[in-house]
Design a protein around this ligand. Sequence first.
Ligand code: C2E
Ligand code: MG
Ligand code: MG
Ligand code: MG
Length: 290
Amino acid sequence: AALYRVKSRGRGRSELDAGGQSPMARDLAAALAAGTSGGLSVHLQPVVTPADGEIVGVEALVRWTHPELGAVPPADFVPVAEREGLIGALGAFVWLAACRDARTLSEATGRSLFLTVNVSGLELDDPGFPDRVLATLAGSGWPAERTVVEVTESLVEAESTRSVHALHVLREHGLRVAIDDFGTGYSALSRLDTLPTDFLKLDNSFVSAITTSTRRARLLRSVMALADALDLILIAEGVETPEQARALASLGCPLAQGYLYGRPRPVAELVASLTAADVVDPPAVALASG
Ligand code: C2E
Ligand code: MG
Ligand code: MG
Ligand code: MG
């Protein structure tokens, strides 16, 4: 905060000051204007089948390395971008980087992966959103059929027919929709009936206790039955231990994500690890497919 107070007195920022932006928003705007050299990037986290850890997709997660502050978590700057009119620009940056990196990864590994991208409720509510996403997909050569939009129920406001319409439009063009952070305080079961949805992403906090609580394991079984009944594919998030992975596999959970399988990383690192594993670790591959 002290750093921001000093910086905000710097020259050449008067226009932004007049716009009433906070210091963090000013720096974020500068980073966005600088493109890929502004400290913003996208990391990819593997989405896997829990029994064998085989990668089937990736989630794009935005990263910001501030010149003085270092890494700023998205939980800190995404809300600032939403409040201060930068979410459209941030979203545009993320979509472009995500499509480009997912294509790089798919081509390097020869795998037909899917890509999931987090979308803010405000972004979704912008009438130009579906067209911009479709244009980015077309321009980057990333297939709509392998793209999933992640939204949270709370952000798709019940009254916002525009947001729901945007999801319908994207689905008509082949994209899929995931409900993120399912099972947290803001989930409403009734929304599962009205939102156009394909995936349910079970929140980290839900997965953490599955090996220590039998009730939690039964709860997970019930959520899987719910997902099955509604033709939704369940993705368990935040898998950190082999015990959790085994529990998910034995319950038949179709997909999972977590530090156990891979942290979010720059595409180059992911390419290196995946292509290296194919070459030097054939037994693991044989085990996975056997
Ligand atoms: P999310 O979409 O639920 O993403 C999952 C978060 O859990 C990520 O945090 C990820 O790094 C973290 N995670 C993954 N595996 C594990 C694990 O095994 N254990 C634990 N403890 N955490 C794990 P991250 O990257 O800090 O992102 C936080 C949130 O910020 C995201 O939650 C998402 O809501 C938002 N966000 C991230 N990137 C974007 C973006 O590009 N656009 C928008 N609108 N929001 C984003
Ligand atoms: Mg997500
Ligand atoms: Mg999210
Ligand atoms: Mg989540």
